[in-house]
Ligand binder design. Structure first.
Ligand code: MEV
Length: 437
């Protein structure tokens, strides 16, 4: 067993690289070369990057792509997308192109309210505690003025604070439940800072009150924003006459019928719902990463919303009514367009510029469209050719890299497999001339 490493975070990145490569690699020199390959030659730029995280020793590159032709609320966008999954960007671009001539994506932000809670425990007369809260409610909000001042001026800040008795969930458990508007900021730091001040203030209000006896128990446990954001949500839809979905009426109607059925399955089958929603997140995550947003927070929020009715269900629905095919969804999206990485990361900044500097509301609409587009493409493939033909076409390039194909072999193989089934074995056989041309 290796000795415990002390003071690792205090080492310079060069020292960290030396320590890690010497200790964990058989060939430290070679492994150091890999790390160095992705470190920026420009020291100042590298330092900026290193400050995004801790113990940084190199950079992890992911493809930065763009998906053009997104018509969203009658405005055209080219979406920045960061994803390692082949076919996600192609799928987004295909769906965008398909819907461009059919009216594009229509979206609407319903609400932008975010939430957070102070979680605390109390045993004693809860009527007295509620009374204490009611009399100090506005004082609790005022105690955060030094934090909320600028946000208040921009029309945001704390919207409400509620006392919630949660003893039916857990013995002696209560919450102060707060609503926030954070305008164009994701607002995590803002919300958490407010909550921590309120928690401290609430604790001292209790301790300075003479309403309670020494046998009563009160303990503030923690304060944190919630990633369950059902009131920070956006609606998106595409719709068109059913007849425009196929070469002829029969084909179009059959396509629409199969599409609706695929969505219905995702609303009743947990197994399918999770994968269906993962497809939506393929598009959403890619734009979130490209715009410097917290994709883990959004994923958590979206999955909680998918189970808001008590069972995990599909986020999108398809319907046919009076000859019109409609595909729509509502999702929570707590994102920001200022702060965080938005100015600091050059490519994130570039992505915002590509989107013409959207505010948070616009970006919610754009991201929702990316999610629905992705979902549309996935279902389209599933109910027609199947997902593998498209996937494997894109994956062919990865297989060829894996098999160390030369440029010439790559070119020939791409041509050869254009209309053929693809598997690693088949590509291997082709490269080894085991397949007849
Ligand atoms: C793959 O990343 C995503 C899909 O599985 C989504 C779906 O099945 O709807 C294709």
């Amino acid at each position: 067993m290796n000795k415990l490493i002390h003071g690792f975070s205090k080492l310079s990145s060069e020292e960290k690289i030396d320590l890690v490569t010497n200790r964990f690699f058989e060939n430290p020199l070679k492994s150091k070369q890999v790390i160095d390959l992705y470190r920026l030659a420009n020291k100042t730029k590298q330092q900026v990057h290193e400050r995004f995280s801790e113990n940084t020793i190199s950079n992890f590159l992911l493809p930065f792509s763009v998906a053009p032709n997104f018509l969203i609320n009658q405005k055209t966008y080219c979406l920045p997308m960061v994803t390692e999954e082949s076919s996600v960007v192609a799928a987004a671009a295909n769906a965008a192109k398909f819907w461009y001539s059919r009216g594009g994506f229509q979206t609407r932000v319903d609400k932008m309210v975010k939430k957070g809670q102070v979680h605390f425990f109390f045993s004693g007369d809860n009527k007295k505690l509620e009374h204490l809260f009611d009399t100090h409610k506005s004082h609790l909000i005022k105690s955060t003025k030094h934090i909320t001042h600028n946000m208040d001026k921009r029309g945001g800040g704390i919207q409400s604070i509620k006392f919630i008795n949660s003893t039916d969930l857990l013995s002696d458990y209560y919450q102060l439940d707060l609503e926030f508007i954070t305008i164009d900021a994701m607002g995590a730091n803002f919300i958490n800072s407010c909550l921590e001040v309120i928690a401290q203030e609430w604790n001292s209000i209790y301790n300075n009150s003479d309403l309670f006896s020494t046998s009563d128990y009160f303990e503030v446990l923690m304060s944190i924003l919630s990633n369950h954001n059902p009131d920070c949500r956006v609606y998106v839809k595409v719709e068109c006459p059913v007849n425009s979905l196929g070469q002829n009426t029969t084909e179009a109607h059959n396509y629409a019928r199969r599409f609706v059925l695929a969505c219905k399955i995702a609303s009743v089958s947990l197994s399918r719902a999770v994968t269906h929603n993962k497809g939506i997140l393929n598009g959403i995550d890619a734009v979130l990463i490209a715009t410097g947003n917290d994709f883990r927070a959004v994923e958590a929020s979206i999955h909680s919303y998918a189970s808001i009715n008590g069972a995990y269900q599909s986020l999108s629905q398809a319907s046919i009514s009076k000859g019109i095919f409609r595909f729509e969804m509502t999702i929570p999206l707590s994102i920001g367009t200022i702060g965080g990485l938005t100015k600091l990361h050059p490519l994130v900044n570039w992505g915002h510029q590509l989107l013409q500097w959207p505010n948070a509301e616009r970006l919610m609409e754009i991201i929702a469209a990316a999610g629905l587009a992705q979902n549309f493409s996935a279902i389209n493939s599933l109910i027609t050719s199947g997902i593998q033909s498209g996937h494997m076409k894109m994956h062919l390039q990865n297989i060829l890299s894996h098999l160390k194909a030369t440029d010439e072999q790559r070119l020939k193989a791409t041509k050869y497999f254009k209309n053929r089934k693809i598997s690693v074995k088949m590509v291997e056989d082709y490269l080894n001339h085991k397949t007849s041309p």
